[in-house]
Design a protein around this ligand. Structure first.
Ligand SMILES: *Cc1c(COP(=O)(O)O)cnc(C)c1O
Length: 380
């Protein structure tokens, strides 16, 4: 981050800084590795919904994965085609479903029987046919933080397989619904590729159930969740997409003309975003020194929410190392970025970069304590 230091001093801290060159490199690699197999990529807008980010992603030719009506509208604003938009979420409101229907989106990823019935009713009123994919719960353990595991039976997400026959029975009566695919999303920040191998095996089994029932599925959507390296963002700038896509190509048995879709969020934008903050005070505690910075959970809540660890870098100092607790100004004990962090000797007004904050960072910013909403700046 040091190379951007001269730019950073121009802006009022705290702010987000997006390395758009790294985003482009990441997108190019994903395109190259997915194109080999004809896979479709949807960007999960909830990871970062900034227009400049979305426009770059649109330019490379991906679609979006939305979890709200406003994310659909934002995607359209950024130039995405409605036919490249999928809409997921356990609690879609009628208003949001109508946005999807009116725009003829590619697919609703549905998560319950009652949701299918509501979509059918609303589609009937609008004289539309809604294309749906069943979000099935494969019961595959994502081996990640329990708050970001989504594919187990006890999670609120998805439909359990034992409901399949019931759904298949009611579908012929729902005239404004077309079942086009099945969808999975088992969790986030998955770094063990064996998890995806298990997902492929499980999907193959599930496919057999549809084949046995003579139901043709046009597409399979395996969701996202691919993790990034929070410990070493300068070494591992881009996730290993080559191995990732290869697993699906090798192990997932697609039927004739069936298309495979992905929904990637964090692995696309995570490493390109950094939270830049300034040291306000150095305070001596009993056992530790605190570096109190001007950003906190209002700008980046991940450490408090998921015990996430982001690499912390002092970009103003080259002095000998010392140990600090890096904490924010907000009146909450969970408002810290790291404890016992080794940094070059740090002083008031040093600039600190909190790395790998592009995904689930700025989008979760709040105005708690009546703080100003954090701003964003972009490299060319
Ligand atoms: C959040 C989400 C994604 C993206 O997850 P990442 O871990 O950011 O890749 C994809 N699909 C669905 C349904 C999601 O909810």
């Amino acid at each position: 981050m040091k190379k951007f230091k001269d730019i950073f001093v121009k802006y009022k801290t705290p702010f987000y800084w997006y390395d758009m060159q790294l985003l482009d490199e990441t997108l190019k690699l994903i395109k190259k590795e997915s194109e080999k197999y004809g896979f479709y990529i949807h960007y999960a807008v909830k990871a970062n919904s900034n227009l400049p980010v979305l426009k770059r992603i649109k330019k490379i030719g991906f679609g979006t994965d939305c979890v709200s009506g406003n994310e659909i509208l934002r995607s359209l604003e950024a130039g995405f085609l409605s036919s490249d938009i999928v809409f997921a979420g356990v609690g879609k409101s009628d208003e949001e479903i109508i946005i999807g229907l009116e725009n003829d989106i590619f697919c609703f990823n549905v998560e319950s029987v009652s949701e299918i019935e509501v979509i059918n009713e609303l589609a009937k009123k609008l004289n539309k046919t809604a294309k749906i994919a069943l979000r099935l719960n494969p019961n595959v353990d994502a081996i990640t933080h329990k708050y970001i595991t989504t594919g187990l039976e006890e999670n609120k997400f998805g439909i359990n397989i034992n409901e399949l026959d019931n759904i298949i029975k009611i579908l012929p009566n729902l005239n404004n619904i077309e079942l086009t695919g099945i969808h999975f999303h088992i969790g986030s920040q998955i770094t063990d590729l064996n998890v995806y191998k298990n997902l492929c095996f499980r999907i193959n089994e599930i496919q057999e159930m549809f084949i046995a029932r003579k139901i043709k599925l046009k597409h399979i959507n395996v969701g996202g969740g691919f993790g990034i390296n929070y410990d070493a963002p300068d070494i591992d700038k881009i996730a290993d997409f080559k191995s990732y896509f290869k697993i699906f190509s090798n192990l997932l048995k697609l039927q004739a003309e069936q298309k495979l879709h992905f929904e990637l969020g964090r692995s696309i934008i995570g490493q390109s975003g950094n939270l830049i903050t300034k040291v306000l005070y150095i305070k001596k505690g009993v056992k530790t020194k605190f570096a109190i910075v001007d950003a906190g959970i209002t700008e980046l809540i991940r450490p408090a929410l998921y015990s996430a660890k982001h690499k912390i870098e002092n970009i103003s100092s080259d002095l000998l190392d010392e140990t600090y607790d890096v904490v924010g100004p907000i009146c909450e004990s969970t408002d810290f970025f790291g404890k016992n962090i080794i940094l070059p000797k740090t002083k008031r007004h040093d600039l600190i970069a909190i790395r790998s904050a592009g995904a689930y960072g700025e989008v979760m910013a709040s105005q708690y304590n009546l703080r100003e909403i954090v701003k964003a700046y972009y490299s060319n």
